[in-house]
Design a binder for this molecule. Structure first.
Ligand code: PEP
Ligand code: MN
Length: 350
């Protein structure tokens, strides 16, 4: 349920409404002060009479039921876009934020050369996996803490903030102490213990969509992190499993405008895992920016043929530079166009 306050409502009225709600057993509030509207979201078990009780209070304009199961993640609770700040980088605003780097951290030389190359091409954040989820137990599973140390060194040398994955609740503190953004991978999007653990840290969380996760399930996973106290969540569409085997996954670009509609959280795209093929990464990166993505995460390797993981979808330095040109051109072309159509009446098609 949300309470929409009147445009001229005072701080005292807002506080009085919050106090009234929180005086009820098991109810909490979440305040969103927007440019146009102040909204008080209510979380907890709502009883039928609550709506009319709240409608009577001073300063209240409307009390509306929210039927969606996620609340804090929903646009109803928080009409303005959320911007996640990582140092000087703002994720969720007008400028697309590009995260780039190797799938796995393999060596100091590999990571540092990639970090310098992606920075020179205009990337804002360095990616690199130290703890790698792999389908086969015989594949390279990452350098672990040594990989985290190399990421910290690359940040020191380049000034780029870093994003890296955490796979277990036990590793959350270690990963968060080295990383600027903590990534939850596709396979762990519904690992609820892990979501509870990253809810306790003060670093932003990059939450990837699962291989077979619906929008609602994905937003409920974001809700876990937010309900646990961490509101800095960035969503990432990274492709879903479909019947098509040619591409590794099917990058669901409709997810981007859908998430804009359903949620206030920033949404980025991962065309590397979303396609599995290096030559599809740039076209899908440009398409994702055109649909309104707040950024991209891209795999780049000095020598993709020799990568210890995901070489087939990794870009060379030169191809990453070309991708950045494409992204800039699309952003320029779409800057003045609203990606969202005006509300229209529902037209029956049959
Ligand atoms: C990754 O980013 O390296 C990764 C493993 O991604 P995903 O969880 O989307 O498969
Ligand atoms: Mn990868």
């Amino acid at each position: 349920m949300i309470i929409v306050m009147q445009s001229g409502s005072t701080d005292q009225e807002v506080e009085a409404v919050r106090r009234q709600v929180e005086s009820k057993q098991g109810l909490k509030t979440h305040l969103s002060r927007g440019v146009e509207r102040t909204i008080i979201g209510i979380i907890g078990r709502i009883y039928p009479e609550l709506q009319s009780e709240l409608e009577m209070l001073a300063g209240v304009s409307d009390v509306i039921r929210v039927s969606k199961p996620y609340k804090l993640a929903s646009r109803d609770f928080h009409p303005d876009d959320t911007i996640v700040h990582v140092g000087d980088v703002a994720i969720g605003g007008k400028e697309p934020i590009i995260m780039a780097g190797p799938c796995s951290v393999e060596s100091e030389q590999q990571l540092l050369s990639t970090a310098h190359a992606v920075k020179a091409a205009g990337a804002h954040i360095l990616r690199g996996g130290a703890f790698k989820p792999r389908s086969s137990p015989y594949s390279f599973r990452g350098l672990g803490v040594q990989g985290l140390r190399l990421l910290a060194k690359a940040r020191e040398e380049t000034g780029l903030p870093v994003v890296t994955e955490v796979m277990t609740p036990e590793d959350v503190d270690a990963v968060a102490s080295y990383s600027d953004i903590v990534q939850i991978g596709a396979r762990n999007v519904q690992n609820f213990m892990l979501l509870d653990a990253v809810a306790k840290i003060s670093k932003p969380v990059l939450l990837k969509r699962g291989l077979a996760t619906t929008y609602e399930e994905w937003l409920l996973s974001a809700e876990y992190v937010m309900a646990g106290g961490n509101h800095q969540v960035i969503l990432c569409e990274r492709g879903i499993r479909t019947f098509e085997p040619y591409t590794r996954n099917t990058l669901d670009l409709a997810a981007i405008p859908v998430i804009h509609k359903l949620s206030h959280l920033p949404i980025i795209a991962d065309p590397s895992h979303g396609t599995g093929k290096w030559y599809l990464v740039q076209p899908m990166a440009m398409a994702a920016i055109a649909t309104g993505a707040h950024g991209l995460i891209i795999e780049v390797h000095p020598n993709p043929d020799q990568a210890l993981s995901d070489g087939a979808q990794s870009l060379t330095f030169e191809n990453f530079r070309i991708l950045m040109e494409g992204v800039r051109a699309v952003r320029q072309a779409t800057m003045k166009v609203s990606p969202f159509p005006k509300t229209q009446a529902l037209v029956k098609t049959s």
